[in-house]
Design a protein around this ligand. Sequence first.
Ligand code: NAD
Length: 321
Amino acid sequence: MLIVTEATCREIIDRSAAFKAVESVFAAMARGDAYNFPVVREAIGHADALYGFKSGFDRSQLVLGLKSGGYWPGNEKRGLTNHQSTVFLFDADTGRPSAMVGGNYLTAMRTAAASAVSIRHLARKDARVLGIVGAGFQSAFQLRAAVEQRGFEKIVGWNLHPEMLARLEETAADIGLPFEAVELDRLGAEADVIITITSSFAPTLMREHVRPGTHLACMGTDTKGKQEVDAALVAAATLFTDEVAQAISIGESQHAFSEGLIGEDAVTPLGAVITGEHPGRTSDDEITLFDGTGVGLQDLAVAAAAVELARQKGMAAEVEV
Ligand code: NAD
């Protein structure tokens, strides 16, 4: 079995490798070649932790495995990140473990890659202003991946906790783009593409904030009860997702779905746009919304890419199991 550490993942997986892995596994899911297994997530009654695993199988690449981990709120005091995850891959022919891969950095990279894939396939070609709602750990990864997809000239940002916006400002400066902190109505009025990446349980971005032609990538809502945008905005948009079953149960679409504003058939897998089966955006006035819930196959795809690169570069440790 090969071991690929967090530090090695940081060294070998760049945005382009993550993008390629995620785009290709979304297409495999749409073709029916890859599928996710039911997610397990439990409060373990110790250390206030939430623990679970996401797993799946990509038959086209013979990638089989799981991401295990969760949320340990006390970790920060110990100098560790609260979100912890590790990916395990198995030989699809024998069931033998083939690799253990650090999953923390890869989670941020695959999440940012998912919204970048949605921007590549759904945003207007002339998009120039990128809006970000949220300024936590994931937001900087989102910003860096998104700006590579269109000729963005400016970033506008809003966050419930304005003191955190320095993260977006510093990241934009590092990329060489101007950044402005704005109120939500200005963000909606100026942005051609909006990414939401918060842990909110109530909508902040409303239908009236967003103008025709906008592409939204809603990335923060990955649990029942969370919500970043108004259900009326979801209902007004052409909806895409990583996985429809997750979108209507734990994703941003859950509220519009439970309120009866949309049916399950209103949500299209982004993979169907990638394979050409669905046209995606069909007019410059359409609001498109990608509901990124986060699926295990994304984790397995980037982890498999990390193992392959680490093997080629002699950076994977081998152990007998
Ligand atoms: P973080 O804790 O670093 O930042 C949290 C962000 O949410 C900050 O911007 C904070 O100001 C904001 N926030 C907190 N409470 C809020 C509230 N009540 N209303 C509005 N905003 C609020 O978290 P992070 O690591 O950046 O993750 C952000 C979100 O993305 C989380 O909900 C996380 O679960 C989710 N996430 C999703 C995926 C996916 O695949 N879709 C992957 C990783 C993380």
